[in-house]
Design a protein around this ligand. Structure first.
Ligand code: CAA
Length: 257
């Protein structure tokens, strides 16, 4: 399948999506959204793919929603079409997605990185929600996901001033899980994704569901949800194989069933 704004490939058992609008620092327009949904759907349908890495260029992961596309829009139109709500589908990917972020991750770019399950950043990464400087506010989840990730003080600071934070501050704040040298970024993300892809798919997908639920419910409901998923994994061949392999001191051969 040919993509206009993405490079989509498979590396081993990992689906790799590279945002590819260099002339606009990977600004996210409606074509990027449409193609990203298609790429994710193809990876979800591909049994060999166990995890996805989403990345951009060295200069920019993505510098935000496309301002030039948004500039002429009027309230009634974007309200009626529920503009940008399509990104919810991207956030709901069921296979794990790792964001590998180098350079600018601003506005919708930062929000897209936060839709992923975790973020590995290069030392050059810069995160921010500068929408306030354009006379708007974050619209792809920034006010909610950033606040849950870094807490109220830092989220207010970033969203109200529009300033950028570097990779070290982002790691300190809990927004990113690891920071690596720029030349190591893709290898590090692909290795993490390959590790995930080598594990039992049902347990990986349920682990993702369980952690994601922590952001959506009370502790009591979340604990109950986790326990029910834990119980259900004992119905899988992979639980039998994983535990037998440990006892027999060998590597498990998961069949993802
Ligand atoms: N939308 C459209 N085009 C963009 C863009 C964006 N978000 N960000 C950068 N570009 C374009 C620039 O217009 C420029 O194009 P031209 O060469 O045709 O002029 C090209 O990318 C290169 O950008 P710069 O020349 O500005 O590069 P720089 O190195 O001087 O600055 C930057 C880099 C600081 C990231 C700057 O480009 C910038 O501030 N970009 C906008 C960041 C922003 O405000 N993002 C939030 C968007 S709103 C949003 O995302 C809403 C939401 O939550 C849904």
């Amino acid at each position: 399948m040919a993509y206009e704004t993405l490079i989509v490939e498979t590396r081993g058992n990992v689906g790799l999506v590279t945002l590819n609008r260099p002339q606009a620092l990977n600004a996210l327009n409606s074509t990027v959204l449409k193609e990203l949904k298609e790429a994710y759907a193809a990876f979800h349908a591909d049994e060999t793919v166990g995890a996805i890495v989403l990345t951009g260029s060295e200069r920019a992961f993505a510098a935000g929603a496309d301002i030039k596309e948004m500039q002429p829009l009027e309230f009634a139109d974007i309200y009626k079409s529920d503009f940008i709500s399509g990104w919810d589908e991207v956030a709901k990917a069921r296979k794990p997605v790792i964001a590998a972020v180098s350079g600018f991750a601003l506005g919708g770019g930062c929000e897209l990185a936060m839709m992923c399950d975790f973020i590995i950043a290069s030392e050059t990464a810069k995160f921010g929600q500068p929408e306030i400087t354009l006379g708007v506010i974050p619209g792809m989840g920034g006010s909610q996901r950033l606040t849950r990730a870094v807490g109220k003080a830092k989220a207010m600071d970033l969203i109200l001033t529009g300033r950028m934070m570097d990779a070290a501050e982002a790691e300190r704040s809990g927004l990113v899980s690891r920071v690596v040298a720029p030349e190591r970024l893709l290898d590090e993300a692909l290795a993490a994704a390959e590790k995930i892809a080598s594990l039992s798919r049902p347990s990986v997908m349920m682990a993702k569901e369980a952690v994601s639920r922590a952001f959506e419910t009370t502790l009591e409901e979340g604990l109950r949800f986790e326990r029910r998923l834990f119980h259900s994994l004992f119905a899988t061949d992979d639980q039998k194989e994983g535990m037998a392999a440990f006892v027999e001191k060998r590597k498990p051969a998961f069949t993802h069933r």
